[in-house]
Design a protein around this ligand. Structure first.
Ligand code: UT7
Length: 385
């Protein structure tokens, strides 16, 4: 934890993304369901998406993206004080994926929790983290959006299976006195639309049973057209609202990074905001909709490609299950990063291997104490005292 004194700004100082190796092209989907490359491209703009290999999980991808973000930030995992993972596809209902990430990174000083706000999860996470930094409670945070949507996709439902992909994106936030960073955020919700996009079973209302499995209630269900209409409206409204909160006008904007759900939604939002296509980042063609991961993946890619420069005003805007929506306005303050010296990179890699050993060692200690060995030692010490 930090010094509990108010800090003035929360800067994005690192970014990273991870897409799993396996690529699924539209043509392959038309062998699974009654669809075509042409329908998918014209209705969504998507050509392909990445999917995890067997055994690869949300936490694994989150760690890869986080390591890259830490590398860009020239940060060691022990400097991270807070980890937020936004996801609707955690490795388990509990423990949180954030705790798994904390352990795998060896971020020994970090508090960690998951956040569920559908595809808007990363914006919610960014807003929470930035405000915790501004309060002075923390000085640094890792905000990650990571999803294994392939694990909750109904591969027999053509209305949804063509849309989604897997991946992770991450940013490192650090508090600082210099101007810029996350200038403002604007979040919203409307639970009355919860059933427009949901995963019905597996929670306390409809616990898992043979019936829920037979009825395929553990897969995403969506009323696409209604989500589409909602999306275009809130993307416009949230962008305008966050710019106003930040004391800026649309004319000051350098780049809009929208949630990557559908190229038609992105274009409709751009039209309603009167933004030229160059001012709106899109990569939905190559990754599909990766839910909470889509904005940090796009943000990282835009930064890597030099589409964001120091001094630029960037707005990230998203919408999703809940229903939720949100936007964050960021004044970019980090220059293009230099690669850390080889020695530091090797040390960090060694540290990650050590984190694995540390984790096993802690499990061993717990296992030993379960057999009373450690208690025996403690007991011995107590009796001496
Ligand atoms: O992150 C937030 C999550 N979700 C979204 O953002 C999704 C928002 N919605 C959308 O992107 C669009 O509504 C979809 C891409 C899901 C669907 O596009 P649409 O233009 O709204 O199509 P539609 O649902 O109105 O369906 C048009 C037709 C229907 O056939 P009929 O009833 O006109 O005969 C569908 O059955 O297209 C049919 N259809 C398909 N045809 C071929 C639906 N999915 C497919 C498919 N291949 N994959």
């Amino acid at each position: 934890m930090g010094g509990d004194s108010l800090s003035s700004h929360a800067h994005v100082i690192g970014w990273g993304k991870y897409l799993p190796q396996r690529v699924l092209k539209n043509g392959e989907l038309s062998e699974l369901v009654d669809t075509s490359d042409e329908w998918i491209r014209t209705r969504t703009g998507i050509r392909e998406r990445h999917l995890v290999e067997d055994g690869e999980t949300t936490a694994d991808m989150a760690v890869q993206a986080a390591r890259q973000a830490l590398e860009v930030a020239h940060f060691n995992p022990t400097q991270v004080e807070l980890i937020i993972v936004a996801t609707v596809t955690p490795d388990h209902l509990f423990p949180s994926t954030a705790c798994l990430v904390q352990d795998m990174l060896g971020a020994t000083r970090a508090a960690a929790f998951d956040l569920s706000a559908g595809c808007t999860g990363f914006i919610y996470g960014l807003s929470v983290a930035a405000n915790m930094l501004l309060s002075g409670a923390y000085r640094s945070a890792l905000v990650i959006g990571a999803e294994t949507l392939s694990s909750i996709t109904d591969w027999t439902d053509r209305a949804t299976c063509v849309l989604f992909g897997d991946g992770a994106g991450a940013v490192v936030l650090q508090s600082g006195e210099n101007e810029g960073g996350v200038l403002a955020s604007s979040l919203g919700s409307d639970g009355s639309g919860g059933d427009l996009l949901w995963l019905p079973a597996g929670g306390s209302r409809i616990p898992t049973s043979q019936r829920t499995l037979d009825e395929r209630l553990h897969f995403i269900q969506m009323k696409g057209r209604e989500v589409f209409r909602f999306a275009v409206k809130v993307m416009h409204d949230a962008t305008c609202e966050v710019l106003e909160k930040a004391g800026h006008a649309l004319g000051d904007l350098t780049l809009l990074i929208p949630h990557q759900a559908n190229q038609r939604i992105i274009e409709a939002a751009a039209r309603s905001l009167d933004l030229s296509p160059e001012m709106v980042y899109s990569n939905v063609e190559w990754y599909g909709n990766t839910s909470a991961a889509s904005i940090p993946i796009a943000l990282s890619e835009a930064a890597e490609k030099g589409r964001i420069q120091t001094g630029d005003l960037v707005v990230c805007v998203g919408f999703g299950a809940g229903l939720t929506w949100g936007a964050a306005a960021i004044r970019w303050t980090r220059p293009q990063p230099m690669l850390a010296p080889l020695r530091r990179r090797i040390v960090r890699r060694l540290y990650y291997s050590l984190a694995r050993i540390r984790s096993r060692f802690r499990r061993l200690i717990r296992w030993l104490s379960a057999f009373g060995i450690k208690d025996g030692l403690n007991g011995g010490r107590r009796s001496k005292e």
